[in-house]
Design a protein around this ligand. Sequence first.
Ligand code: FAD
Length: 710
Amino acid sequence: MSKSKLLVIAIIAAAITAFFVFDLKQYISLDYFQAQREAINATVATDPLRAGLLFFAIYTVATGLSLPGAAVLTLIAGAVFGLLWGTVIVSFASTIGATLAFLTSRFLLRDWVQQRFGDKLRPINEGVAREGAFYLFALRLVPVFPFVAINLLMGLTPIRTRTYFWVSQLGMFAGTIVYVYAGTQLGQFRVSPGLIGAFVLLGIFPLIAKKTLDTIKARKVYAAWKRPATFDRNLVVIGGGSAGLVSAYIAAAVKAKVALVEKHKMGGDCLNTGCVPSKALIKSAKLVATMKHATDYGLKNAQLDFDFAEVMERVQRVVGEIEPHDSIERYTKLGVECLTGEAKITTPWSVEITTAGGKQTLTTRGIIIAAGARPFVPPIPGIEETGFLTSDTLWDLRQLPKRLLVLGGGPIGCELTQCFARLGSQVTQVEMLPRLMIREDPEISDLVMQKFRAEGVNVLVNHKAQRFAIENGEKVLYCEHGGEAVRVEFDTLLCAVGRVANTTGYGLEELGIPVTKARTVEVNEFMQTKYPNILACGDVAGPYQFTHTAAHTAWYAAVNGLFSGYKKFRADFSVIPWATFTDPEVARVGLNETEAKEKNIPYEVTTYGIDDLDRAIADGNAHGLVKVLTVPGKDKILGATIAGEHAGDLITEFVSAMKHGIGLNKILGTIHIYPTMAEANKYVAGNWKRNHAPKGLLEWVEKFHAWRRG
Ligand SMILES: Cc1cc2nc3c(=O)[nH]c(=O)nc-3n(C[C@H](O)[C@H](O)[C@H](O)COP(=O)(O)OP(=O)(O)OC[C@H]3O[C@@H](n4cnc5c(N)ncnc54)[C@H](O)[C@@H]3O)c2cc1C
């Protein structure tokens, strides 16, 4: 470290040490001031200029050294110098002091911090370079942000000193006036309107400042656009999938004028290519698997004869049966104006809709983006030549693939792998990570993998797909596994390596609405994009990609889109459940063990093996487990995972418990019908109770019973 730095550190350390050792803090206190008030007033009256300069110097040094007491000094300034001069002195002294602290932090720490944490700080540096003045102004305006922390932290960023000075002076000005004014009321021992006004101002100033700031921010975002004087609609929703339908429904239910634009099929992915068809296919495949084990159930000669095309036709029939739930007719009756066409946001308040009949533009107060996601196809060499299916195109298949290669070991890949294996395809599933369903705990992944292998699936984990080729008319995939090349022959490829949000082609680029690293539309905790009246929900916004989370985020988007000027609701992601409908089914809510370890959260684990459950044994489904994480020593649930039959239904008890703060003791104290799978939840709670039995007390009770026996 350079000599000059050491010198500065020594001076600061000496000054701070003196402050505390000599208890100088007592002089920066209201008690001291009140005690000395008359003497101070007399001094000021004799030589106001000298007194003013002395106070200015004390204030500057105290804030420059980041000593505590700036708020008290401001109040004293008001009491001694009055509103006008108090404000002038404090405004300049605080800004100079703040700038000294800022420069000190910059001189001593900036290079070191930037060297060490440069990578992590890059986004902050870029943000400060772009909008530093605005953010500093925001921080200064709202006095709840600590003055000292702002000085020291801003010194570490690339903001220019000149900018820092004037923005600080301007940003703190309103707060300074309020505090100085409160100071002018000091010592008024009767309740005067001025005193009440001062307290009210101190209380509501941060709120007013925040509101002002929001308005400034909003103005800045909208500055380039011309706002219409009136609007055709309250809300225009882009996309008629789970998220769009729910948000449009909510808007209509609260009597807003809402238009829903869908370019393809109402119901989106869930109804047409996702949850519904996959669950219908899973049911048929499960029936096939059960029939193959008919003798396990005491049945002889159960004839299994089916045609894959008919199975797929049934899938479409199921989709057709559910279709009315999401239909234009239903939503029109509910009060939603349904438009079939492609939407494009043209300004923050207008959406252009291209329909078969031409183009129309609707002006609207709010816009909800619910444009969903699509299967991601990785750019692996040769993939276009061999051809592939995705969850979008799979449902047109009418001939069972003989050798199916499933790329991807996530939920969609796993559900479809098992279906096709059960229906008779030879399935190879390739996953580059060390296990299937990587978000779940290793033993859960293992349960699924063991079952898949037992059912004849060739599961290849730790295999990285490198290239596809057609060799002698055979489609092949080359993967890398432990440094070796592995060759897999196949007839049909199903690509299930994840889904990517639809964020292009409908106006986001033109409006400069940013996307996140995960390539979803960037939204704040209110589901608002950078334009507060444009919101996003469902798969396009994430962070989860499920139908129930699409509906959940849609509620926030709709309500905040319609009422945010008056009341806003923060999206609550604290208790999010999900399930993968493999056999065994896997369902989860909250933390699992892997995440608890990663996040360093203390936990206890309690498990219950479903192989011991009466109903599971009776049904021939005696496999799986319930695994619950709790706060050590308490019954508070941190998370639960269930693997086994109907896990997706069983998890609901833990979802409710977590949502409403119910612990394992209460689950244990709840009557569960016998014999049901749901009893597994009670038994895991029972295991927890047994592990926490009061051993000392029980020894005494044992003695008590012995004594009673005589
Ligand atoms: C095989 C599979 C199985 C799944 N299983 C489950 C499950 O069991 N449980 C579960 O919870 N989730 C499941 N999912 C996920 C679930 O389907 C999605 O999370 C859900 O559909 C997301 O809904 P959304 O409204 O956000 O998007 P989408 O349903 O994709 O809807 C978006 C809609 O927007 C329309 N659109 C896009 N751009 C425009 C535009 N410019 N103008 C007009 N319209 C536009 C699209 O045509 C589409 O209809 C599954 C998904 C797949 C693929």
